[in-house]
Design a protein around this ligand. Sequence first.
Ligand SMILES: Cc1cc2nc3c(=O)[nH]c(=O)nc-3n(C[C@H](O)[C@H](O)[C@H](O)COP(=O)(O)O)c2cc1C
Length: 209
Amino acid sequence: MINGSPKIKDSCSEYLIDEITKLLDNKTEVTVCNASDKTLNKGQFNSIYNCDAIVFVFPLYVDAIPSHLISFLEAFQKYLKEQPVKNISAYAVSNCGFFEGNQNKYALDIIENYCERTGLIWKYGLGIGAGPFIGESKSISWKTFIKKPVFNAMLDFKNSLETGEHPNGNIFVTAKIPRHMYIWAAHIGWRKQAKKNNLKTKDLYTKLK
Ligand SMILES: Cc1cc2nc3c(=O)[nH]c(=O)nc-3n(C[C@H](O)[C@H](O)[C@H](O)COP(=O)(O)O)c2cc1C
């Protein structure tokens, strides 16, 4: 699994990787690597290449993928070009700040195009909305109705990783909370973060010169 979040800890991507890993049967061995790790070398690319499947797990940035993940993909593409062709399945899990999971659709298309270009065998992508909520909901059980839609999608995802069977197209889900409540909570979050960084709410609307 490739963690494409630049956050050092507590990212939603990291949480999703941990939870999907917990769901997998004990025959499945998982290696996690961080796309923002500047020390990634040929040895680490070798261990990714030796896997049967690669899962790119990342946050949506400006309707696309974070730039350091692009750098990682470019380096890995270069590496793959020098290797014998090998059947490696590829999946992606993108999470976003928008409430709607389908906001991730272009980012998943980017990964699908990358697979076509590099010879990885694209399976499908999971686009998850309300990522900041999911990332901070560790104390809430996956069985609650709020998180259940995402949990069910993760169960299908783990089944696909184990069997190789997959749906015909990407799957989009979000938490089962009222959209307006999520947006209201997000605004509180922005303001708190601004305060922590010695900014006032109005500073967030100041035009850059
Ligand atoms: C630079 C930047 C750009 C972002 N662009 C988008 C975006 O276009 N659409 C969106 O829904 N969320 C966007 N987000 C929100 C993140 O996708 C969201 O916070 C996500 O949950 C972070 O995941 P992570 O914790 O795994 O890093 C952006 C966040 C940052 C920092």
